[in-house]
Design a protein around this ligand. Structure first.
Ligand SMILES: [Zn+2]
Length: 430
């Protein structure tokens, strides 16, 4: 069995991408099967990541675990296959009962067709990594903001705090040439684990706002790029160059548009895998601070990772919570704020949750009902709570009760979509 030595890591990543796509497709086709597939995928992802980052140390055991989960995923696809085929072929001329079905069919056929090759990748990944031995990125030097980053092993952690409103992670890779003229190829990909957190609809589903705009979204495929020196035209995900003469450096910039993410890098010299490393960037949006999930005067709910924002938001929350506790004797429930990298996420559509001044606040604790106009809902208490936001300086409040929305000035708006029937959205002063 011949396995292309230079590309097992790439093959593994592409296999994982496909496994992820298949998992989502299976979910679309049948939620029951999809749930099982997702569990399997999560396990595969862990093994794949360990195999990629630890290589030699991870070895065959992990590769075998991957193979076994991969086969189970394919078995799930096989189980759905007859039904999918029936639908696809029999009803094709009439109408697809599900808009995604044609895609599901295509994806499953591809799995079926590529199964032998996929199995080979899985089975050989561990052996290959053992054979290749540990590969330290020994001759790769990274500088962040002009400072050299020291790293041990193969995971390079970069803590990047934006210094200004439009500042974005900017990492420089210096290749110290062992000899002039040798061809070098640098390529990268976001790791499956990182992608699953950032982009999956049922995880964070992050949408990065284009810098300098409020709502334009950067597509996932344009998030990161390699720039050779100052030549902006050569921006790419896969860069080929010739190494400079001994003693000189080849400068390559790696730029991302503001997102915490993990990337794998391959640096191939003369088409041999020379080094690969994981670049783990934690990005903190400009001016953001960590806001306690549970405060002195409030109880937290919602996503733990969505507990970041501007200092003004924290001041507002503490002030409101203290007032609320003092006036009602109960701590308010305060939910999602912003995520550390200052991007849109989940079902939050507006920019305030991205930019660090929006927060969701529950009213059920003192208003007798979890939803507006629900059984036991006390409008009077809700009105008092809204007044408290305003008294603490909130310039914007989004509520789900039409009747009381008109009782205030322009700051209070009614949301008729039902999205704010069980909580208020409040912007802090900034
Ligand atoms: Zn909100």
């Amino acid at each position: 069995m011949e396995m292309d030595k230079k590309s097992w890591q790439e093959a593994l990543v592409s296999y994982m991408n496909r496994a992820e796509a298949s998992t989502m497709m299976l979910w679309d086709c049948d939620p029951g099967v999809g749930a099982k597939a997702r569990k399997l995928y999560a396990g595969m992802e862990r093994e794949a990541l360990a195999l990629l980052s630890k290589g030699h140390a991870a070895g065959e055991r992990r590769a075998r675990a991957l193979t076994s989960d991969g086969n189970k995923l394919i078995a799930l696809a096989d189980r759905l296959m007859p039904e999918v085929r029936r639908m696809a072929w029999v009803r094709a001329r009439v109408k697809y009962p599900h808009p995604g079905l044609k895609l599901v069919q295509k994806e499953l056929r591809r799995i079926e067709r590529d199964l032998p090759a996929n199995k080979r990748v899985m089975q050989s990944a561990g052996k290959e990594s053992v054979a290749a031995g540990p590969q330290d990125a020994g001759e790769v030097v990274l500088t962040v903001n002009g400072e050299e980053v020291k790293f041990r092993g193969k995971v390079i952690k970069v803590d990047y705090r934006a210094a200004g409103a439009k500042d974005e992670p900017n990492v420089e890779i210096l290749l110290k040439g062992p000899g002039g003229g040798m061809s070098v190829r640098i390529s990268f990909a976001e790791t499956p684990e990182s992608k699953a957190i950032n982009w999956n609809k049922d995880r964070m589903n992050k949408r990065v706002i284009k810098s300098g705009t409020d709502n334009d979204i950067v597509p996932e495929t344009e998030m990161a790029k390699l720039l050779r020196g100052l030549d902006k035209i050569s921006a790419m995900r896969d860069l080929k160059a010739a190494l400079p003469m001994e003693g000189e450096n080849l400068k390559v910039k790696f730029q991302t548009q503001g997102l915490s993410a993990k990337y794998f890098f391959w640096v191939d010299l003369d088409d041999r895998p020379h080094a690969f490393f994981c670049l783990d960037i934690t990005f903190t949006a400009y001016g953001f601070i960590k806001i306690p999930y549970d405060g002195n005067s409030y109880t937290g709910y919602g996503r733990k990772e969505a507990s970041w924002g501007l200092p003004e938001l924290k001041v507002f929350m503490d002030k409101f919570a203290a007032k609320h506790l003092q006036e009602t004797g109960k701590k308010p429930y305060i939910g999602n704020k912003a995520v550390q990298d200052g991007v849109k996420y989940g079902s939050h559509k507006g920019k305030s949750h991205a930019k660090g001044y929006g927060v969701d606040i529950d009213f059920g604790r003192t208003c007798g009902s979890a939803i507006v106009n629900g059984k036991g809902y006390k409008e009077k208490e809700h009105k008092k709570q809204i007044q408290r936001y305003l008294n603490c300086g909130a310039p914007f409040v989004y509520i789900g009760n039409k009747k009381i929305a008109d009782k205030y000035g322009d700051e209070v708006k009614y949301d008729g979509s039902g999205g704010h029937d069980d909580h208020d959205h409040v912007n802090s002063p900034k």
